[in-house]
Design a protein around this ligand. Structure first.
Ligand SMILES: *Cc1c(COP(=O)(O)O)cnc(C)c1O
Length: 364
């Protein structure tokens, strides 16, 4: 049996007619960028998250870049971020000439909040809470630290659409939530897309201006130097369809995860647990293994696809050599990069496929 790490065709097939009808509707509308579908999606997504405002943009990275710009990150400012995170998290900071200050992850693979305060300096302006793999960071601890030191909190919610921290949706807890709708995300579009959520009216207005060349009007009056980071009508329309099904899609991922958690029994495979206080939307089902590379090769021989999220931590990337970090600076992060493996997890994964993966994992 051949099983991909992810299969996007399956999730399309689940609600194919609804997507196809919406696509035709938008194509026939004659309006393709920043129109009624975007407006409706922004309202519906803000409602779903429990934020006052949602502003669509072109990608998750753009959302991060815009967020740090709007909270005023500039050269010399420091932003605290988990060392075990995706490269885009760091790029959002450095595209504004801010400096990422890395903190090791805890045993839930998200920022270790107990290690944040020791990294705070006179230059620290913000904390980026990256909710990696589908579960929430310890938002109580992060918000307490932020209040105590007058720091802004930006949430990277790109892997956690629908995740809650103690009954509140993530993306509505910090000052700004940044979202990606890249096709593989839990709320994935059929192309690129992103959004920002906030309760701050001034921020929301600034997001709208920046995404549209720095213009408050639709065209040709520019107050600041902005970007072209608009959300397409087609993507917004398709996202509206998927948003209606998001809770069901996340519930299906949870059922697959439950099977992995209950049925995989192998001393070389340690599934990542979920932090008390958070639920999990299982953007990825991540395991740690002391024999990760061997396990990955074995699964590949058995035609089971897996992915490493992520093999090289940002502090060791060539792009960030200028920060002056070296191997050994973040031993927990570097260990995780050698241990983590994401098992097949996608909407529309059949029971037989799950059986096969579980049997092969147990036979390793
Ligand atoms: C996907 C992702 C992003 C970037 O989103 P794009 O839409 O690909 O730019 C940022 N942060 C995290 C944690 C992500 O997983």
């Amino acid at each position: 049996m051949k099983i991909a790490a992810n299969d996007l065709k399956r999730q399309h097939d689940l609600y194919a007619k609804e997507y196809d009808d919406k696509a035709v509707e938008v194509l026939n509308s004659g309006w393709y960028v920043l129109g009624n579908e975007v407006k409706k999606f922004e309202e519906e997504f803000a409602g779903y998250i429990g934020s006052e405002y949602c502003v669509g943009c072109a990608s998750g990275l753009d959302a991060l870049q815009i967020a740090f710009r709007v909270i005023g990150i500039r050269e010399g400012d420091e932003v605290i971020v988990c060392a075990h995170s995706y490269i885009a998290c760091v790029m959002g900071i450095t595209m504004n000439r801010g400096t990422p200050v890395f903190v090791e992850p805890d045993r839930y693979d998200n920022i270790d909040a107990s290690k944040i305060e020791e990294k705070i300096t006179d230059y620290t302006k913000a904390i980026l809470a990256v909710h990696l793999y589908g579960q929430s960071c310890d938002m109580d601890a992060i918000m307490d630290i932020a209040r105590k030191h007058s720091l802004k909190v930006v949430e990277d919610c790109a892997q956690a659409h629908g995740t809650m921290w103690k009954g509140k949706k993530i993306g509505s807890i910090g000052d700004i939530g940044c979202w990606s709708f890249y096709p593989t995300k839990n709320l994935g579009a059929f192309g690129d897309g992103g959004a920002l959520t906030t309760d701050n009216k001034t921020y929301a207005e600034e997001f709208r201006v920046i995404r549209n060349y720095g213009s408050k009007k639709l065209h040709y009056e520019n107050d600041i130097i902005g970007m072209n980071s608009r959300l397409d009508e087609l993507q917004a329309g398709l996202l509206r369809v998927k948003l209606n099904h998001l809770d069901d899609l996340n519930a299906e991922r949870n059922r697959i995860a439950e099977r992995y958690l209950n049925e995989v029994d192998n001393p070389h495979i340690r599934p990542l647990m979920t932090r008390p206080g958070s639920n999990n939307v299982y953007h990825q089902f991540v395991i740690h293994s002391d024999r990760r590379d061997e396990l990955m090769a074995y699964l590949k021989e058995n035609e089971i696809g897996t992915i490493i999220h992520y093999p090289i931590p940002p502090h060791l990337q060539v792009a960030y050599a200028y920060l002056g970090h070296k191997k050994g600076d973040f031993p927990v992060t570097e260990k995780y990069a050698d241990e983590v493996l994401s098992l097949p997890m996608y909407n529309g994964m059949s029971e037989e496929e799950q059986d096969y993966v579980i049997a092969k994992l147990n036979a390793f």
